[in-house]
Design a protein around this ligand. Structure first.
Ligand SMILES: [Fe+2]
Length: 187
């Protein structure tokens, strides 16, 4: 099975790249993705949760937090309004019917995310789209059937139910946006 496919080129992500470089304090504010998971493959990166289950629902525990829910925009979204036109463009492009989580990740030079599979309701219900925001040669998103060496402006569909990993063998941070969209399916 094919695990990824380029679906767009020519997106203008540079205003978002600038907004993120100018506001590094937005990264790493919410650490729930790492807390309690000492062996998490995601330890090497820092995140901005732009949209997901309402943060008040964290009080119900991680299992409930990650079970079925409607996503909402987080307060961080107001600092990076550049996200929305990219996300809405993707929604139109793929015929999205429900918008789930939006996550921006940053991995420093030399950083890696070990091969893993994403599980749980959110990971399995939504389709995943990868938008490289800052990605120099040497920063790769790997799958069993090949690697994406993304260029800003591109967007990819990918399947996170199969092993995938990241290696940043470039001299700058690798910044990526993951957009989770439910698309129409007949079955
Ligand atoms: Fe993943």
């Amino acid at each position: 099975m094919q695990n990824f496919l380029k679906i767009a080129d020519g997106l203008n992500v540079l205003p978002l790249q600038l907004a993120l470089v100018r506001q590094p304090e937005l990264f790493g504010r919410r650490s729930a993705r790492k807390d309690g998971y000492a062996d998490s493959p995601h330890l090497a990166m820092s995140d901005i949760w732009v949209r997901y289950n309402h943060p008040d629902n964290l009080a119900k525990g991680m299992e409930a937090f990650n079970s079925e829910h409607d996503s909402v925009w987080y307060p961080e979204a107001a600092y990076i309004p550049e996200v929305r036109p990219i996300v809405m463009h993707l929604m139109a492009l793929v015929g999205g019917e429900r918008l789930g989580g939006v996550l921006i990740t940053k991995i420093p030079p030399g950083g890696t995310i070990a091969p893993h599979v994403d599980r749980g309701w959110h990971a399995e219900y939504y389709e995943k789209f990868y938008v490289p925001i800052q990605n120099d040669p040497g920063a790769v998103f790997g799958f069993e059937d090949g690697v994406i060496e993304g260029r800003p402006g591109e967007a990819y569909w990918f399947y996170n139910g199969r092993p995938h990993w990241v290696e940043n063998n470039s001299a700058r941070d690798r910044i990526a946006m993951i957009v989770c969209i439910r698309t129409h399916k007949e079955n």
